[in-house]
Design a protein around this ligand. Structure first.
Ligand code: SF4
Length: 91
């Protein structure tokens, strides 16, 4: 089921990953991150700090956390999110 997103890009609410063009999928993911509500986002400083922790973690593969299966750039964005492996994001 394809519909137009806010940016005019087509998004599919029922497609699975294997049904999507890889470029479209990653563009859609980046648009989702960019449009994530401000009141649910952690600060930019905290976001960058969390991503640095992920970048030095051996569980990160192709932008995805091997523990939870999330794209870390999305998971780290959320105020209430934590790292699923002993909360490595704790200060
Ligand atoms: S969320 Fe935690 S376990 Fe996953 S890649 Fe980041 S630091 Fe590693």
């Amino acid at each position: 089921m394809s519909v137009s997103g806010g940016s005019g890009a087509k998004i599919c609410r029922r497609c699975l990953l294997n049904e999507l063009n890889e470029d479209e999928y990653f563009r859609s993911l980046k648009e989702y991150i960019a449009a994530y509500p401000e009141d649910k986002r952690c600060s930019g400083e905290e976001y960058e700090r969390r991503l640095k922790v992920c970048q030095s973690c051996d569980r990160l593969t192709n932008g995805m956390c091997a523990v939870c299966g999330c794209y870390v750039e999305l998971r780290a964005l959320k105020i209430k999110a934590d790292c699923p492996e002993g909360n490595k994001w704790e200060r």
